[in-house]
Design a protein around this ligand. Structure first.
Ligand SMILES: Nc1ncnc2c1ncn2[C@@H]1O[C@H](COP(=O)(O)OP(=O)(O)OP(=O)(O)O)[C@@H](O)[C@H]1O
Length: 227
């Protein structure tokens, strides 16, 4: 029986005092891959931010990877984020250190201490995204697609229960986007649950999954296809 990873019921998503989405009902089970689509400004990022604790859930009920979004305290947010792998459009790598050091930085910040174990974990996640030979490179020595693979590797470091990807192909050309999607496909095939915001319809056609649309301040499921 798949476990419920994410649940929002009658939720309202706000940016300060502005109501961005209302009547949000969304359930994601373990192992699903779900797209969140919608025009610019329709609320995709605001919904994602609510899910990773960057915006409070003020109306409705919500839970994610075992955390109650209604009662989430500031000090719990780092623990929530350890169970989430978050990938952004603009990669957000630290440009002053190598790929290896970018990943080690996250492990150390999340409590890892043993150097040998950190090295093994870093090489394992780099292997998952096909970047095991790039560990010594600086981010600016990598292409956009390579940087996004590193960002995906970083998201995998703490074995997350759910990956939230906000426009992960938004800065990439079509061929590079397909390469990054193949990486996400492999990660999904290995059992991970993924929620990905995108407005790249070519990608959705090539990699079909359940798709939820933000439109007119509400969410709708637009198609249900087997992946
Ligand atoms: N920091 C903020 N403060 C106030 N309003 C905001 C803020 N960020 C976004 N908004 C507003 O919230 C609404 C939803 O924006 P959001 O960024 O969630 O949309 P989006 O669907 O992710 O768009 P895009 O595809 O361009 O990223 C928009 O009307 C936007 O102007």
């Amino acid at each position: 029986m798949p476990e419920n990873i994410l649940m929002l019921q009658n939720a309202q998503i706000f940016q300060r005092d502005n109501l961005v989405l209302s009547n949000v009902n969304l359930k994601i089970d373990e192992g699903e891959f779900v797209y969140l689509i919608g025009k610019t400004g329709s609320g995709k990022s605001s919904l994602m931010k609510t899910l990773y604790g960057d915006l409070p859930l003020e109306k409705g009920t919500g839970s994610i990877v075992g955390f109650n979004l209604n009662t989430l305290k500031e000090k719990e947010i780092p623990f929530l984020r350890r169970k989430l792998g978050i990938v952004f459009q603009d990669f957000k790598l630290l440009n002053d250190r190598s790929v290896f050091e970018n990943l080690r930085f996250v492990l150390k910040a999340t409590g890892w201490k043993d150097d040998a174990k950190m090295k093994t974990k870093i090489m394992e996640v780099l292997g998952k995204v096909g970047m095991e030979t790039k560990d010594f490179k600086m981010p600016f020595q990598l292409s956009g697609g390579e940087q996004q693979r590193i960002a995906i590797a970083r998201a995998l470091l703490n074995d997350p229960d759910l990956i939230l990807a906000d426009e992960p192909t938004g800065n990439l050309d079509p061929a590079t986007s397909v390469g990054v999607m193949n990486v996400l496909k492999e990660i999904h095939d290995s059992g991970k649950t993924i929620l990905m915001a995108t407005h790249d319809y070519a990608i959705i056609l090539k990699f079909p999954h359940k798709t939820i649309k933000c439109e007119g301040g509400e969410l709708f499921e637009v198609m249900q296809q087997r992946s």
